[in-house]
Design a protein around this ligand. Structure first.
Ligand SMILES: [Zn+2]
Length: 210
């Protein structure tokens, strides 16, 4: 069974859809070739609540927590959120431009929202992510790569280094490489990633060797 499949309109079957109004059209003729990994939690450091989805749909009650006052009026989104248990929520069609990267640059190309997909992992910089999140992200990347010419995976901090720190030091890039089994060249900001993901016990291909 393929956990996720991207439909012709850019929505992932297998993900929970919560449509956000915070998107617009990508510039014509621009290919989607970058995937940006983020982390977020609302309130910061608290997991499992409805606040991220409310924030991305402009329905957050900003009076319900002191931190929420700081993000009043902010209109942002991401294509996907992966919750701590691995549940994937999609807010914006992959064909559209979500508002996740902000002021950003990828090897000289500015405005990364134009040509990227944004995936938020529910989390915080100083908290390890759950194995279910790496698994879901690996499966999601496989589905996205079947549809879009993704050539690189970067962290938000890589493309906005003076403003952003996410996904943070607890994000395990090698674990992601294991989960999506991509060569090291897909991770241009991560020094020393192996050229090929090592075969693991979880790799079904390994047992097919004669
Ligand atoms: Zn971010």
């Amino acid at each position: 069974m393929i956990p996720f499949q991207i439909d012709p309109a850019g929505w992932a079957h297998g993900a929970t859809r919560v449509a956000s109004p915070n998107f617009d059209a990508r510039p014509p003729g621009v290919e989607v070739d970058l995937l940006v990994v983020h982390n977020m939690s609302l309130p910061p450091g608290q997991f499992g609540g409805p606040a991220i989805a409310a924030f991305f749909t402009n329905t957050l009650d900003h009076d319900s927590h002191p931190f929420f006052e700081q993000i009043r009026g902010v209109r942002v989104s991401a294509h996907f959120l992966i919750r701590r248990n691995g549940e994937v929520v999609q807010f914006v069609s992959c064909d559209a431009r979500a508002w996740h990267a902000g002021l950003s640059e990828f090897f000289g190309r500015e405005r990364c929202n134009d040509f990227s997909l944004g995936v938020e992992l529910e989390g915080a910089d100083d908290v390890p992510f759950d194995a279910a999140q790496y698994r879901a992200l690996g499966q999601l990347i496989a589905a996205l790569m079947a549809r879009y010419p993704i050539k690189a995976i970067a962290g938000h901090a890589d493309i906005a280094p003076h403003r952003k720190t996410d996904p943070g030091p607890c994000f395990d890039w090698l674990a992601l490489q294991q989960a999506c089994r991509l060569p090291g060249r897909y991770f241009p900001y991560q020094a020393g990633m192996p050229d090929a993901a090592a075969a693991s016990d979880a790799d079904p291909g390994a047992s097919r060797q004669p």
